[in-house]
Design a protein around this ligand. Sequence first.
Ligand code: G
Ligand code: G
Ligand code: MN
Ligand code: NA
Length: 249
Amino acid sequence: LLLESALRDALKREEFELYYQPQYDFSRNRLCGCEALIRWNGPDGLVMPDRFIPLAEETGLIIPIGAWVLEEACRQGEIWNRATVEPISVAVNVSAVQFRPELVVEVRNALDVTGFDPRQLVLEVTESVLMSDVDGSVRLLQQLRELGIRIALDDFGTGYASLAYLKRFVLDKLKIDRTFIMGIPEDKDDVAITSSIIDIARHLNIMTVAEGVETEAHCEFLRAAGCNLAQGYYFDKPLPADEFSNRLQ
Ligand code: G
Ligand code: G
Ligand code: MN
Ligand code: NA
């Protein structure tokens, strides 16, 4: 049984760790960034976020945990970017509980403390996060982008945002949900949906990131369709920071 006190102790004892899943740029054939994904090194081994993020959200602990994630991701990103010629972007997941005006202060603090270039920080939000308060979200996204950071819409196509919201929310990236990628190239519906998302995004000047890219066939299709970036087991699973560093060499 996972208890609130255990989660609180985990934060105090610094038992959380970020893994980084590489993202590859199709046009330049290179590693260009990553998504940071939290893990908990608990007393009985590695605990995945699905098992503790919901409790962290219910108890409000996601606020200090989320602030730690932001600062840790920026700290690590700054280390990488001091060592590489081509910049590496780092994407951080933001839950609905965190998506409130104070998030601007938390992001600014993480950038200030670490010196990380804001242009290399991406916040991943889902459609449901934005849709719970559309006007508030439009304002908050605007304030976040004024910090110079980028915004990605996660799990795109699975929520209930309509295409009209792509106009209202100022977004830099769309992450095509892996449930659409999975069926490529056999499933004609998945093929149609994925190429349409890529086309719409290109016309709106939004970058596309395919999630859950697992096969050579996925890659071939996505490259031909004009998708910008890919992330998935075909390339790498989420990696501890030192293994990600090895990928940069
Ligand atoms: O590997 P994976 O099991 O890492 O991640 C599962 C889910 O947990 C993903 O949907 C992701 O959005 C969420 N998640 C991972 N890391 C974080 C984090 O740092 N903050 C929040 N809010 N969610 C995260
Ligand atoms: O934030 P988001 O919900 O997109 O979280 C990404 C999740 O997807 C993480 O749990 C990560 O471990 C998982 N993942 C990453 N690449 C793949 C993949 O190629 N296939 C599958 N099935 N899952 C993946
Ligand atoms: Mn994500
Ligand atoms: Na996703």
